[in-house]
Write a protein that binds this ligand. Structure first.
Ligand SMILES: [Zn+2]
Length: 366
């Protein structure tokens, strides 16, 4: 009856909180390296400078991809002899955050995460995903610590393009369905080397799903109109805290396994993580042969949010069966891959045909 649960030390969500950042950094250390996504470096500079008053700060611009080389660079910058940073503050999206987390583990620095988009599960977890310089999935790192503090400022999130918010909903959409895969296949979670999930972990994944269904479409419409409502704030929490805790404590399965393999197709490189995960989630439901009403409802939800539901939406229009066969083979290649947390006896033909069948099923939904 073993079980284990992990999460960040603190999660704070409040409008304007970026201007109070020092309050969350100072208890962890007086010298900070701030790794900033270049996309927001200029627009957030005044708020960050005001928010970090009193902290000795060194700014570094993120290089654009979470590669081993970028992690090495930030590790070296953090550990500069004589002025080593005690805290790494990550300001940006999932790849900026994962790079900062990996570097913090190597140097022993504490971690404060300031997401600028509500688009992935990176902020809360002790997992970092490494890509090669071309954006192809390379490996998943399981880190020994979760971030100390996550500071979510809805004003910052609302200023980002709505597409990121939609992608976050796509990533969060996988959380409950993948938790169910893991429960049915009795696969361990990502906590402390792998444990059965806690009741709390499953409850969080279920709540994530309920909040998406209740508030997702309302929130998306509000964000597109530049508005911040209670539904928007709830979805920010669902995309970041509920989804982040849900996946780490319950596990990923084929939605992310298919995502990882899709990164091998050049056509998908312009797509965001959560967009590919949303499509992978639909494929997961077909692979697990779920109730058609559930698949249809999920397709309709994705369309209302603006998430892909067809291979053509991912840009995959030519040579489709051969490409999907390659995706299926890549997804199953490593026997330890997360896709094996699915309660199905997997094979390349079954996975290939499930993806193609989901595409055909989606074409029938008007
Ligand atoms: Zn994800």
């Amino acid at each position: 009856m073993a079980r284990a649960f992990a999460g960040p030390g603190k999660y704070i969500q409040r409008k304007g909180e970026i201007r109070a950042l020092a309050q969350h950094v100072t208890p962890l250390g007086s010298r900070a390296l701030v790794l900033v996504d270049p996309a927001v470096a200029d627009s957030l500079q005044p708020a960050l400078a005001a928010g970090l008053e009193g902290v000795t700060v060194r700014f570094e611009r993120f290089g654009g991809e979470c590669t081993h080389a970028e992690i090495d660079r930030i590790t070296a910058a953090t550990a500069t002899p004589g002025s080593a940073a005690e805290v790494i503050v990550a300001v940006g999206g999932g790849k900026t955050i994962d790079t900062a987390k990996a570097a913090a583990i190597r140097t022993g620095a504490r971690m404060v995460i300031v997401p600028t988009i509500a688009s992935t599960d990176a902020p809360c977890s002790a997992v970092a995903v490494v890509y090669d310089a071309h954006g192809v999935f390379a490996e998943t790192l399981r880190l020994s610590r979760n971030p100390d503090t996550v500071v979510m400022d809805p004003d910052v999130i609302a200023a980002a393009p709505p597409r990121f918010f939609a992608a976050g909903i796509g990533d969060a959409l996988s959380t409950f369905f993948e938790a169910r895969s893991n429960a049915e296949s009795r696969t361990d979670n990502y906590v402390a080397g792998g444990f059965p999930r806690t009741l709390a972990g499953l409850a969080i994944a279920e709540t994530c799903q309920a909040v998406l269904r209740r508030d997702g479409i309302k929130a998306m419409i509000a964000v597109r109109a530049g508005l911040c409502t209670t539904a928007v704030e709830n979805i920010i929490e669902a995309n970041t805290l509920l989804s982040g805790l849900g996946f780490e404590n319950c596990g990923c399965s084929a939605a992310h396994g298919i995502h990882d393999a899709l990164t091998r197709l050049d056509e998908t490189h312009g797509l965001l993580h959560g967009e590919k995960v949303a499509f992978g989630t639909l494929c997961l439901l077909m692979l697990e042969n779920r109730d058609p009403a559930e698949i249809e409802e999920t397709i309709r939800f994705c369309r209302a949010i603006g998430l892909p539901t067809r291979l053509a939406d991912l840009g995959i229009t030519e040579d489709v069966p051969a490409k999907i066969e390659r995706v299926a083979a890549a997804a199953l290649k490593n026997p330890g891959a997360i896709i094996y947390a699915t309660p199905v006896t997997l094979s390349v033909p079954l996975l290939r045909d499930s993806i193609l069948a989901l595409d055909a099923f989606s074409a029938t939904i008007r």
